[in-house]
Design a binder for this molecule. Sequence first.
Ligand code: SF4
Ligand code: SF4
Length: 97
Amino acid sequence: MAVPYEKIPFAGTVKSPQKENEGMITGNWRTRRPILDAEKCTECQICWISCPDSCVNLMTKDSPINFNLKYCKGCGLCAEMCPVGAISLVPELDFED
Ligand code: SF4
Ligand code: SF4
């Protein structure tokens, strides 16, 4: 149920959407893209709990994590929080997609 913003309590939280929401796409804000070095990753999942946009996905094979680039805004929190430096931020202009 939608709640008007003026009814949200001070310092309250807003439930995050649990499915795709075209109105909340933030990937087009991004100037840098998080890239995982899977060799360094210990699968501690700290990046997963740190992402404010819930766009770190845990995987079971191929790679321990991946990023949902439709919503990742490149804030860099995941890289800051990673205790082993397994995530680096690369300029978007370095990619063709
Ligand atoms: S750069 Fe920011 S938005 Fe993107 S995955 Fe990391 S914490 Fe989430
Ligand atoms: S915080 Fe770093 S080591 Fe932990 S799961 Fe994420 S990338 Fe891997």
